[in-house]
Design a protein around this ligand. Structure first.
Ligand SMILES: [Fe+2]
Length: 264
């Protein structure tokens, strides 16, 4: 039987509803899809803003192997002390030199080593170092350890995420987008062997505005005034994608979107 490594990548886990969806589906998805490694973006896990050490520990205990993040990583100040000690929680690698934490990690998945890299876009986002040049450096370094590399490109613009997919095609196993909280239907294998999807989607409340209580979001659009965003209540869903990778070459052989709705 051909060897394959399966990596399940989970879209932004949003607040308690997202955590509930993850807890409900992750154990059975791991078994059903024969997953070797689970990567989840957790930057919105704490009520939509940041992640706390307690929640991060809970994800690791609950079956997540590597946690990625993005622009909300520093929203909870207590995460700084945690992230300097726990390299399974990544912050984008293209944050300026000296930023606490790391942007990539190599972990074991069964008999193989897998590199996970977190990058962040700059279009309609805070200005940080270039994700493309920083990505070059990180990928070159990771490839000395393993050809199996999964990249979470946390970005607002679909164009920037697609550009990163093409830029890294043939050098990494997968580029998956996060941050928009809306799953895109463009999953594909690029010609060089990199699996790509513009956005994994949201793990969180279905009847919401990208996770937020819809009336609060509407009020902000109507008035332009700041108000306190809260995660929406009600039905929850998990979204992501599973990627199949040939462990010898690091080339992806398949990518499939995942969506699971929790019955109330
Ligand atoms: Fe984000």
């Amino acid at each position: 039987m051909a060897k394959v490594v399966r990596v399940l990548c989970i879209g932004d886990v949003f607040g308690e509803p997202g955590r509930r969806a993850l807890a409900a589906f992750l154990p059975r998805l791991r078994a059903e899809l024969e997953v070797d490694l689970v990567v989840a973006n957790v930057e919105n896990a704490a009520a939509g803003f940041g992640v706390t050490p307690r929640l991060a520990r809970g994800f690791l205990e609950g079956g997540v192997d590597v946690m990625t993040s993005g622009n909300h990583i520093w929203d909870r100040k207590e995460i700084i002390e945690y992230i300097v000690k726990e390299n399974l929680l990544l912050r984008p690698a293209n944050y300026p030199a000296g930023t606490p934490g790391v942007g990539s990690v190599v972990v074991k998945a069964g008999a193989y080593q897998v590199g996970v890299l977190n990058l962040q876009g700059r279009v309609f986002m805070p200005t940080i170092d270039c994700p493309f040049t920083r990505g070059d450096e990180e990928v070159a370094r990771l490839r000395t350890a393993t050809p199996i590399i999964v990249v979470d490109m946390h970005a607002e613009a679909t164009s920037e995420k697609q550009a990163m997919g093409w830029y890294l095609d043939g050098r990494v196993s997968a580029v998956v987008g996060t941050h928009s909280h809306v799953q895109t239907a463009d999953e594909r294998l690029l010609p060089g062997g990199t699996a790509f999807i513009t956005d994994l989607g949201l793990s969180g409340p279905i009847d919401s505005v990208i996770g937020v209580e819809k009336d609060l979001a509407i009020q902000r659009f109507l008035t332009g005034m700041p108000n306190r965003f809260e995660p929406a209540k009600g039905r929850v869903r998990l979204q992501g994608a599973v990627i199949r990778i040939d462990p010898e070459s690091g080339r992806a052989t398949g990518i499939e979107r995942i969506q699971r709705d929790l019955a109330e």
